[in-house]
Each structure stands twice: as C-alpha cells, then as structure tokens.
Design a protein around this ligand. Structure first.
Ligand code: XMP
Length: 344
C-alpha cells in the first residue's frame, strides 16, 4: 500500500535511492546517451531482413520510436498514418509535413468510415472499441499493400507496460487500442518496442538528442481515440468542429502563459448538457465546454492545474463569443485519482 515511486510521496525518491545505492549496493549504470546507440545496434541485429511497419500519430512516442528504427533499418521502415477524423485542428498537416521527406510515408484518409461507425454511439467503452477495431482494420489493410512485412514498431512506454500488467481499469483498454491489438499475431509480425523501458521525460530527452523538432519533443500526450473521448455523448462532424475550435482557442491562449510548459495536458471537453444563457437581450440555450488541465509526471497520477484566472477568463470569453452553440464554460477541479485525466 506504500508507493515510494509516486511523485506525491514525500522523500519517496530519497528512500529508493538509499535502498538501491546504500542497502543493495547497486551502481548507477543507466545512461541515456548510450541508450540510442545500443537500441540501434540491437534492432540492426534483430531485423536483418524484410520490411518494418510503424503507425505514427504525431506524438513524441511514435515519432521517437520511428526515428530510432529508421536509423537501424533505413528505407525498410514504412510509416503508416491514419487520419481517423478525430484529430485536432491542423494536426494532419503537421504530421504530413514532418514525415513526408526521408521516409516511406503512407497516409490513409479513413475519416468517413470512423465517423460512420461512431454514429449515434454514446457508450464510452463502445466508442473506444469501435475506434480500436476500425484502426486495426484500416492499418492492416494498408500494411497489406507493403510487401514482405516482418516487424511492427510500437512506441510502448514503461507506464504502459506496468499498467497493462494489471489488466484492470481503463488502462487495459488503452493498451488494446494503442498497441494495435492482435495485429502482430494475425500478421505473424515480430514486435520492436525501443521505448519499452522509458518514461515520458526520458523519451523527450531522447527525442531531443535525435534532433526531432521542439514541436514534437514537447508535444503533450493525445489519446489514440482522439477527440471522440472528449465529446461526451454522440460524435458527429458538428460537435467535432465545435471541440476543435474550442481546443484551438484554449491552446492558443494557454501558450501565452508560462504555466503551459509545465502542464502534462490541457484540453477542452464537450458536454451534452444544455443550459440557459443570454445573447443580446434574448435567452439562448446551448452546450457546455469543460476546461481540463493537469500536471503529472507520467499520467498515472495527476493533479488539477492551478491555471491563472486571467487565462481562464480569456478562454471562457472567447469560447462563448466565438463558438456558436456554447453558452457555458466550466473548469474541472478533480485530480487523478479519483478521476481519470480524460473524461471517457
Ligand atoms: P487517463 O484518462 O486514463 O489517461 O487518466 C492517462 C493518460 O493516457 C492518455 N490516454 C490514452 N492514450 N490511448 C492513448 O494512446 C488511449 O486510449 C488513451 N486513453 C487515455 C490520456 O490522454 C492521459 O495522458
């Protein structure tokens, strides 16, 4: 019941240090600089022949994993990027721009099929399952076009390894989507997971060493099921557009404040809760946007972020002024636990 490794535990790190270096007599041999070279050498030995595929999302994990693997296998690496229609404003263009040159880059526009299957679905678990299954289907089809594929790269991190070990709670669902489900077995692929022993801050350090652009190195985590788990209730193009606009406003404003860099994540959630507002001298009726912002070391526990009132005020004003159909903006004050970071 005692967790010295959790950031909330006072002197937890000191206890671990004392145990490891004084009681157990271990030496510090973990060196991130060597890590890259060792991984490249390891992958070279492991994947001597055949092609390697890697799904990328625009996030730091998959980009870092892909870069390490590409240094080991060169053009035998094929990147697959699926646009599921659930991404944020400008995201698709950004990913395309970065990976277009120097890589075998496969772009799949699958927006229609995802939105069709999500139509009218409100249950969070069902949404996640539909998105996970559809992703695998689309990914598999694209991978099937590449000949002699033998390996699959995944940006699995150590917290994923720990969480999936327990197999309970939302974590096990995260894995079933994030890890491309049963794909390796079905296609007879071997897994390459270069980041399996790393935490997020270490991945960012590696990404920087690899020369990835700051926009990718510092990118905040974004869930595989995308905006669908931030739209409570049914997902459709209109509500996606509303949330995208709210997200763009929130991020644009948050970036002006120094606290932005310290946040693990900051994002809006769209609630299907209507309430009364006033527009000019008329009453109006509209939905609600929640602002969610947390600080965290690894996403396993999190504290709600003490955002400056000025920031909250600006965001609330702009969202209600600029986005039709939103009359109310509220701020989420819960930490994890008991709440999860995402709303679904
Ligand atoms: P929760 O909501 O479980 O989220 O507290 C912890 C962290 O994981 C991210 N998350 C996901 N990432 N696929 C992902 O790749 C998923 O299905 C998924 N669900 C949650 C979440 O954004 C947070 O950083």
């Amino acid at each position: 019941q005692f967790h010295p490794e959790v950031s909330h535990t006072r002197f937890g790190k000191q206890m671990l240090k004392n145990f490891l270096f004084q009681v157990a007599g271990l030496k510090r041999a973990w060196n991130l600089g060597r890590f890259i070279d060792e991984k490249i050498a390891e992958i070279k030995t492991m994947a001597k022949e055949g092609n390697v595929i890697c799904g990328i999302s625009g996030g730091v994990d998959s980009a870092t994993a892909a870069t390490i693997v590409s240094r080991a296998v060169g053009r035998r690496l094929h990147l697959i990027f699926v646009d599921n229609g659930l991404l944020r404003a400008g995201e698709v263009a950004e990913v395309k721009r970065f990976f277009h040159r120097g890589y075998n880059f496969h772009f799949v526009d699958a927006r229609r099929i995802f939105l069709k299957r999500l139509k009218g679905v409100v249950d969070p678990e069902k949404k996640r399952k539909i998105i996970g299954r559809t992703f695998i289907e689309v990914f598999e089809k694209e991978a099937g076009r590449i000949r002699d594929v033998r390996y699959l790269v995944q940006g699995t991190l150590y917290p994923d390894v720990i969480e999936s070990g327990h197999g309970i709670g939302p974590a096990s669902v995260i894995k079933s989507h994030h890890n491309v489900g049963g794909l390796p077995e079905e296609m007879g692929l071997r897994l390459i997971e270069p980041l399996r022993l790393l935490f997020k801050d270490e991945v960012r350090r590696i990404a920087k060493r690899l020369g990835l652009p700051a926009a990718i190195v510092n990118r905040k985590p974004f869930p595989g099921p995308g905006l669908a788990v931030r739209i409570i209730g049914a997902v459709d193009e209109n509500r996606l557009e509303t949330l995208r606009r709210a997200d763009a406003i929130l991020i644009e404003e948050a970036k002006q404040f120094p606290i932005y860099r310290k946040l693990w994540q900051i994002f809006p959630v769209l609630l299907p809760v209507s309430s009364v507002g006033v527009m000019g001298d008329k009453r109006s009726y509209g939905e609600t946007i929640v602002i969610r912002a947390v600080v965290s070391e690894d996403g396993m526990t999190a504290d709600w972020a003490r955002l400056p009132y000025d920031l909250l005020e600006r965001v609330a004003r702009r969202i209600t002024n600029e986005i039709e159909g939103i009359v109310r903006v509220v701020f989420d004050l819960t930490s994890k636990p008991p709440a999860t970071i995402e709303w679904e």
